[in-house]
Design a protein around this ligand. Structure first.
Ligand code: SAM
Length: 331
């Protein structure tokens, strides 16, 4: 939608209301209480410790948006919605809901972030244990399908040791090692994040095959996670930092890559010639959420890879809808 006039503009201005509806329903555990059961507004209000008036209005709005079904004065959740939003569902995305809600607080400061050219509440994932855990959980909820797609696309049958750089929940290590039982991996990340990484490594029974290595990729002058790596994956890390820091980080990483090894960069690449609303919004999210992060083009990241002494640098298309993969080799 470009020039939709006042009705279209009004719709955009009010779009936050549907987000807030979902955030409140998740906070009040509405979809958990409604999973496989139907209840009156009064019953749900009791379970959620809420007013009956407020709960009825919330449920009627959820019904209007199609997320809840109302029948004979009782409300029920659609199974596909409960699968995603009920706390006891193994596939729930509630960490992602919490992370996006946290993002709303950051976006509320957008104008000030534009004035100053950087985020205001940044870096919390390195020191706020609760937010970090939720952030890493969200990365897994959002990323495991992408990790599985990467494991399916690349042929790692001749590779032995993966370095999962800024690997967070280890989703990519887990997906790749599940497909290639002979491989081992190291997840290199900040110490606080690694506490969460180890939970995911244990959840997927990968303790014997996936190690963790504490590192600050940007502050550490050199890395001590050893050598022997014939694959490195830098997934969704570069957008969190500025260009100089990224170039230096890739230079340090390349020193630990074996000759003949490959480096895969998985990123939200941006192509200014082909504007994408999703990518433009993600880039803005990096403005509010980080000090210097943004989205980069293939050309920018290719320059850093070349400066690190890597060659055969090329994008890989077709795995994801948007530009997301750049690969390089160490001669
Ligand atoms: C957006 S998450 C990506 C996680 C995972 N690679 C993925 O693609 O889902 C970014 C990761 O980079 C890590 N990270 C951020 N700054 C870092 C730093 N200075 N040193 C090491 N890791 C860092 C975070 O802890 C987090 O795990």
């Amino acid at each position: 939608m470009t020039a939709a006039g006042w009705p279209g503009l009004l719709g955009r201005l009010r779009a936050y209301q549907e987000s807030e509806l979902l955030f409140a329903a998740a906070e009040l555990d509405v979809f958990t209480h409604l999973a496989g059961e139907s209840h009156t507004a009064g019953e749900l209000a009791g379970m959620a410790g809420a007013s009956e008036r407020g709960m009825r209005m919330l449920l009627d709005a959820l019904t209007a948006t199609g997320l809840v079904i109302k029948q004979d004065g009782c409300y029920a959740s659609r199974p596909e919605v409960s699968a995603l939003l009920a706390a006891h569902s193994p596939e729930n995305k509630l960490n992602a809901v919490r992370l996006i809600r946290h993002g709303c607080d950051q976006w509320r400061e957008l104008a000030q972030c534009v004035r100053q050219g950087s985020g205001i509440k940044t870096g919390w994932f390195a020191h706020d244990a609760e937010l970090n855990r939720s952030f890493i959980g969200a990365m897994h909820e959002i990323g495991f399908a992408n990790a599985t797609a990467i494991a399916a696309h690349f042929d790692f049958s001749s590779r032995q040791l993966l370095l999962d750089v800024g690997g967070g929940p280890a989703s990519y290590s887990i997906a790749i090692l599940r497909k290639y039982p002979h491989m081992r991996a190291t997840v290199a990340d900040l110490p606080l994040t690694l506490e969460a990484s180890r939970e995911y490594i244990a959840r997927y029974d990968m303790q014997g095959r996936v190690n963790t290595a504490p590192v600050d990729l940007y502050a550490d002058a050199a890395f001590d996670f050893g050598s022997g790596y014939d694959v490195m994956l830098v997934s969704n890390v570069l957008h969190m930092a500025g260009p100089e820091d990224n170039e230096a980080m890739i230079g340090k990483l390349a020193k630990h890559l074996d000759a003949g090894g490959m480096m895969i960069v998985h990123e939200s690449f941006i192509d200014h010639a082909v504007p994408s609303v999703e990518r433009a919004m993600f880039a803005l999210h990096m403005l509010v959420a980080t000090d210097e992060g943004r989205c980069y083009s293939y050309a920018e990241v290719s320059e850093w890879l070349a400066a690190a002494g890597l060659d055969d640098i090329h994008p890989v298309e077709g795995v994801f809808e948007q530009p997301s993969l750049l690969v390089a080799s160490k001669p």
